[in-house]
Ligand binder design. Structure first.
Ligand code: FA5
Length: 349
């Protein structure tokens, strides 16, 4: 018969192994080897019945004591291993609340949205309401009712994207001026509106020209409105936009829907009028086209021209921004280069 370990030897070996167990998996293997169905202690239990009667009692007591002791020691060992496993996990998952947080990047408005809002706010304080209109427009509103009939040479000035020809000719609006017509057809004076929106022209793109660009239109019609009102309104706008010290200049210009027509300029904000690269040495920067609403336009919308007069103006916000910030390429607005856009956001005055 092979020498079997005595209870004392078995106990010593079992306890040594259990104490050395460094994780729960090892204690479960240990359980199988000693206390499980085929374990060494269970084997001893099974032997009790085959012992001579005088040895059975003492052996039985000793085996049961061993079983109880090992069971209790196992529970203790497992509890302590579980506790330290938990501690390790908590430590590894701990958050150091004293570390500086990662900065969350704040979103910001596109510069064209900001400039449009700024322009409309300035006119809003002067009593102008902001309205919007369709970008796909009847040629009748874009041209005819603005005193630009089909055979008029001025019609060629606006290189037009045509959507539909024939009876109801439809175009992509080449300016926001058709909203003058729509506004006046929809209401009687007094009228005071500004109209921001996209316009389209079939032309080659370069540093100052886009095929899709923004305009802001302005229109005021009431009794007794004169050129002095136009000058006052635009001067106030220019000073709010470019600084209170700005000088202004009005010169004759031609647009078929105004009479007289003017171009409006400010002294160059960069050089104060001395002449520089921005103003091309002229000392002046042209901001927009304007004029007194042509009586024919007022007639076509059914306004009483013996009673009402008005002024209108139209400007290009992207070009205004080129001037205000000394930028050199209008195409940058629509490249979606996030670094350029962020720089514009930071530079905003
Ligand atoms: C007009 O479009 C007139 N409707 C303005 C007007 C309104 C005059 C009311 C009188 C009364 P003009 O074609 O000059 O005018 O355009 C006005 C502004 O739009 C220009 O000064 C410019 O800033 C902008 N603009 C015109 N074409 C382009 C383009 N291709 N790219 C970018 N901006 C443009």
């Amino acid at each position: 018969m092979a020498a079997e370990p005595t209870i004392i030897e078995l106990r010593a070996a079992a306890l040594t192994r259990l104490n050395a167990a460094s994780d729960l998996e090892t204690t479960r293997a240990w359980y199988r080897d000693y206390l499980g169905d085929h374990g060494a202690v269970t084997a001893l239990t099974k032997r009790i019945a085959s012992l001579p009667p005088e040895q059975r009692r003492a052996f039985g007591i000793a085996v049961n004591a061993l079983k109880t002791e090992l069971g209790a020691t196992l529970s203790e060992r497992q509890a302590s291993l579980e506790a330290s496993a938990l501690e390790t996990r908590i430590e590894s998952e701990a958050i150091d609340v004293t570390l500086p947080g990662r900065p969350v990047r704040r979103g910001f408005l596109h510069p064209t949205t900001r400039i449009i809002r700024e322009i409309c706010d300035i006119f809003g304080k002067m009593g102008f309401q902001t309205v919007e209109g369709p970008e796909v427009e009847y040629a009748k509103y874009n041209f005819d009712m603005l005193n630009i009939p089909a055979d008029h040479p001025a019609r060629d000035v606006w290189d037009t994207f045509h959507v539909e020809s024939g009876e109801s000719e439809i175009v992509l609006r080449t300016h926001t001026s058709p909203m003058q017509v729509r506004t006046m057809l929809g209401q009687q004076p007094p009228v005071r509106v500004v109209v921001p929106g996209r316009c389209y022209r079939y032309e080659a793109t370069d540093a100052t020209h886009l095929a899709m660009f923004l305009q802001v239109e302005g229109l005021a019609v009431d009794e007794g409105i004169t050129l002095a009102d136009l000058k006052g309104t635009l001067t106030e706008f220019a000073r709010q936009m470019f600084g209170p010290e700005r000088k202004t200049r009005f010169r004759c210009d031609f647009f078929p829907f105004v009479e007289p027509g003017v171009d409006f300029a400010i002294d160059c904000p960069q050089c104060g009028g001395k002449g520089c690269r921005l103003c091309k040495q002229s000392g002046w920067i042209e901001l927009l086209g304007a004029g007194m609403v042509h009586p024919r336009v007022l007639e076509m919308v059914g306004y009483d021209t013996s009673k009402y007069t008005g002024f209108a103006f139209g400007m290009g916000p992207e070009r205004l921004m080129l001037l205000k910030y000394g930028l050199d390429d209008i195409r940058d607005f629509y490249k979606n280069d996030i670094r350029w856009l962020r720089q514009m956001d930071r530079a905003w005055l």
